[in-house]
Design a protein around this ligand. Sequence first.
Ligand SMILES: Nc1ncnc2c1ncn2[C@@H]1O[C@H](COP(=O)(O)OP(=O)(O)O)[C@@H](O)[C@H]1O
Ligand SMILES: [Mg+2]
Length: 279
Amino acid sequence: MTIDTAKADLSSPAATSAVASKPLIALKGVSKVFSNGTTALQNMTMDVHQGEFISLLGPSGCGKSTVLRIIAGLGDVSSGAIEWPTSGHDATGKATPEISFVFQEPTLMPWATVFNNVWLPLRLKGVSKTAAREDVLGALEMVGLEKFADAYPRELSGGMKMRVSIARALVTRPKLLLMDEPFAALDEITRFKLNNDLLHLWEKFGWTVIFVTHSVFESVYLSNRIVVMAARPGRVVNDMPVDAAYPREEEFRTSTVYNDYCRKASNALHQAMGANDHL
Ligand SMILES: Nc1ncnc2c1ncn2[C@@H]1O[C@H](COP(=O)(O)OP(=O)(O)O)[C@@H](O)[C@H]1O
Ligand SMILES: [Mg+2]
């Protein structure tokens, strides 16, 4: 492990930091109406505590990506507020937590090596290639790709491209990781492997993760809290803890407790979708 955790904001163990009293993010009655009249989010109130691994689970169109974009500062709210009670603020009063975003598509630059793709966020902050070297190689090591620094995206499998995308998100040492259906396009074996690797990293570094998925199984496997959303208008309909201990390994997928939570989450999702049966 080349990344020096002592230098980063990543060192708090997930298990203890989740109980911090002030939330990292407080969404207060957030609504988002697009200019075409679509209510993508209606009155969403949610506290996110440091160290939580939250899954946003819901059918297509229920506003999951919209929530992530708002949290990332990529879109304004129409009403309500988003607060960052524990983060610093810049001169304009905007909160400045270190956030990284991982999208469903790895969105790598095809003409650039793996190293240069992962360097990008640091380069945009003015960090030279030489100065970034240790951090870039450290991030690649975290996702098991340290030997592929000089490869080009076309030489990599889908799972490896997603790992590069994750390394690029981690290279800035985020406190908050926003992941929008990152593994949805991968085959099941690769997805399970990446699920495990992501959990190991989360346990080690204690980031806060908000993970969007429409897979009940993936949400239960990964998260300690599932927020179920319904569409038209996008809203929260259920907020359930997943009180199963970590580390969670492959055996967890066949355990009774896992199956019980899957049934519970599946029922909540069906209710959420049934809420729109009349549409
Ligand atoms: N830029 C936009 N302009 C208009 N409508 C949008 C825009 N982005 C998303 N929407 C609509 O808002 C709703 C929620 O979208 P989204 O957050 O992408 O849902 P999800 O990620 O859960 O599939 C959908 O009905 C979608 O069509
Ligand atoms: Mg989406």
